[in-house]
Write a protein that binds this ligand. Structure first.
Ligand code: DGJ
Length: 696
């Protein structure tokens, strides 16, 4: 007997997603991929999707629904695990209740009569960014304990051999891992209570043969800052499911309402770059809530120059030098408050240290303003040192047991408590009201004693309140570098501190991977000291400057260490960045398929496609002797482009030949640049070629 289906279809011009349900059950995604013809009949698609049954199988294959239900003999991980108030496991079984279809949104409601539960799934499409946003909500008529709730569950593609997810560590964020699909599951769960360096909540599933620039790929990002769980599972019958949600058991109290964070998904037929561009645009144009529309200012951050050793005349001198190099914002990092001479004390005592600043911060702020820069300041609002006035007064405000292991000598405050949030708000608001401050670097340097969704919600509430009351203040999200980067925190912040590593070689790689999710506008990148403080590597100023110029540029070294030559190079690259930043801020960052694994290259293509810049970083020594041509992407094959190697004077004397790019501007077709590519001059490792292109 042929079933009839209830179906729903979403289109955004590039991708189609079709849902179908049988006999009022939860629907399955029966199609997700390249846009289908409008006239394709969803009933037919649902019927065509039906799998056969053979020996050793149930008489009907259990649905791989948007929330797979254990009670329906689903052979994999369920999408919901819940217990009643007394702790007895519930086995929900949902039936269709209602739907609501708008042009770009679909909401489906289901009910489990027996357990008095309601499940709502929501999908929103976006024709500009091509990211679909999906959420799941569970409502209970009596309080229940939630163990696990997945955002709408998607099928994993079949023509795919592997998945790519992201791990990392302090000073080593955004490392990509490729894992082959096989029966069973890849399970990533972050139980640190913050997004973390270790488990960025993202997944890319390339189809067979996909590269950066071509082939099909599916991508996922979970927008939550409290730690996520991901399941990518191949079922015994060969189907694949992908689940994302908050880390399990992080809802600590029974309640009647639970909601996942948004799961952002996208399908690409332009390789990994299609996914990257969708996420970059979605973050930039839909998630961020910018405090102003000014171009991103060049930063100076004093951390690696002075650490905790704040002396007003030194900072003033540094500020002058930073301004003359081109900085437009001066950020005073850790060390200005309490008795903060090192990282053992004073977190939560947010009052200016009178020993270091006898007249308050005024003289420094005014000095910075006179130099034409704006002023930013560091806070670590969720944290407390046992050696602090606040801890002596309110030890009960700290999270975790007395005998807990500290992290960087500190504990986390219990952000679920309104009185804690009020206290921190008052202290921060006092500083923000007293001084003309337009930027906060918001740090979060330790993991939590245990994951707790209320902590994350408490942090969000504090940031939201400060943003509402100080709307001109921008916020940078930092957590020992890139430990809190996700679309949840980026709804309420403006920039990420990608890593504490200012080593340009490491940054080159990190930026290349992070751009699968992040655009230039939010990705902070600073020119570090000549000898990197976290790797000991000594890198040339030109390489350091160009790597920082790939993203939101800044400086973090002690400018007093710069030679005349270094200052000149840095000034020149900074002025190049300022000259170009307007179009760079809205450009798509495209990872290039480099024929030479030693070369990490990207192309930033203007929104109107009229110009581009290619950054080709030499991350190692090549196996072969001559540089391999570098193919460009997404150009108009019929158009011609003027191509200029703008830093050709950097060619070492060992580059003895005459490749045309060393001589001046070339005019080449898009077809040639994409098929043959650019033949660059020979170069040393740890150097960068920068090529500008203009469409004629
Ligand atoms: C960790 C951050 O990542 C650094 O940039 C710096 O702000 C320190 N904290 C300050 O303690």
């Amino acid at each position: 007997m042929t079933d009839t289906y209830q179906t729903w279809r979403l289109d955004d011009g590039l991708q189609t997603l079709v849902l179908a349900s049988r006999r009022t059950r939860l629907p399955e995604v029966v199609y997700w991929g390249a846009a289908l013809p409008e006239e394709d009949d969803a009933q037919a698609l649902a019927a065509a999707h039906m799998l056969d049954v053979t020996g050793g199988m149930l008489d009907e294959n259990p649905d791989l629904s948007v929330c797979p239900e254990a009670v329906r003999t689903f052979p994999g991980q369920p999408g919901l695990i819940v217990r009643d108030h007394g702790g007895t496991p519930l086995l929900p079984k949902f039936c269709f209740e209602s739907d609501q279809i708008d042009e770009n949104a679909l909401t489906l409601r289901f009910v489990d009569e027996e357990n008095r539960l309601h499940l709502t799934v929501n999908f929103e499409t976006d024709r500009h960014t091509h990211v679909i946003t999906a959420t799941t909500k569970l409502e209970a008529e009596r309080p229940v304990h939630l163990h696990w709730l997945a955002a709408p569950v998607l099928p994993g593609p079949q023509l795919s051999d592997e998945m790519i997810d992201v791990s990392g560590r302090w000073c080593g964020e955004f490392q990509l891992n490729r894992t082959a699909w096989s029966p069973g599951m890849r399970y990533r769960e972050n139980r640190t209570g913050r997004t973390g360096h270790e488990h960025f909540p993202g997944l890319i599933v390339p189809c067979r043969g996909a590269t950066n620039t071509q082939g099909e790929a599916y991508a996922f990002h979970y927008g939550w800052s409290g730690g996520h769980k991901m399941i990518a599972e191949e079922l015994p019958d060969g189907r694949r499911q992908i689940q994302f949600g908050h880390a399990a058991r992080m809802e600590t109290k029974p309640a009647t309402l639970f909601e996942t964070s948004p799961l952002y998904i996208t399908y690409s037929r332009d390789g990994l770059n299609g996914c990257a561009v969708a996420f970059q645009r979605h973050l930039r144009d839909r998630i961020l809530t910018p405090a102003n529309d000014r171009p991103r200012p060049v930063h100076y951050n004093c951390w690696e120059a002075v650490y905790f050793d704040h002396k007003l005349p030194v900072l003033q001198d540094i500020a002058e030098r930073a301004a003359s190099l081109g900085a437009e914002r001066f950020v005073l990092d850790d060390g200005w408050f309490g008795l903060r001479d090192d990282d053992t004390r004073s977190l939560s005592d947010w009052e200016v240290d009178p020993r270091k600043y006898p007249d308050g911060l005024g003289p420094l702020v005014e000095h910075v303003h006179k130099l034409g820069m704006t002023f930013g300041i560091w806070f670590e609002p969720e944290m407390i040192n046992p050696d602090s006035d606040l801890h002596r007064e309110h030890p009960d405000w700290a999270l975790g047991a007395e005998d807990q292991t500290l992290g960087r000598q500190q504990k986390a405050l219990n952000m679920a408590l309104p009185e804690v949030r009020d206290f921190i708000y008052d202290r921060m608001a006092a500083i923000l009201s007293k001084y003309e401050i337009e930027y906060i670097k918001w740090d979060h340097n330790r993991v939590l004693p245990a994951p707790d969704a209320n902590q994350t919600r408490g942090s969000y509430a504090l940031i939201d309140r400060l943003r509402a009351d100080f709307p001109h203040v921008e916020i940078e999200t930092c957590a020992s570098g890139g430990g809190r980067i996700d679309f949840g925190i980026l709804k309420r912040t403006d920039r990420v501190w990608l890593s504490d590593s200012n080593d340009a070689l490491e940054r080159l790689k990190m930026q290349h991977n992070a751009t699968l999710f992040l655009p230039l506008t939010v990705t902070g990148s600073h020119v570090g000291p000549r000898k990197c403080h976290t790797s000991g590597r000594i890198l040339d100023i030109s390489f350091r400057a160009w790597v920082a110029a790939q993203r939101h540029m800044g400086f973090e070294m002690d400018p007093r260490e710069l030679t005349e030559h270094e200052a000149t190079v840095l000034t020149e690259v900074t002025s190049w960045w300022k000259h170009n930043r307007t179009w760079l801020e809205t450009a798509d960052i495209l990872r290039l398929d480099s024929a030479d694994p030693a070369v990490i290259a990207e192309q930033q293509l203007a929104a109107d496609k009229s110009q581009f810049v290619v950054f080709a970083g030499k991350a190692g020594t090549s196996a072969q002797i001559a540089p391999r041509p570098l193919r460009l992407t997404r150009l108009d094959p019929k158009a011609h482009y003027e191509v200029t190697l703008i830093n050709r004077t950097n060619a070492p004397t060992l580059s003895r030949g005459t490749p045309a790019l060393k001589d001046g501007t070339l005019t080449l077709s898009g077809a040639y640049l994409m098929a043959q590519g650019l033949t660059l001059p020979w170069s040393f490792p740890e150097t960068m070629w920068v090529i500008e292109g203009r469409k004629l």
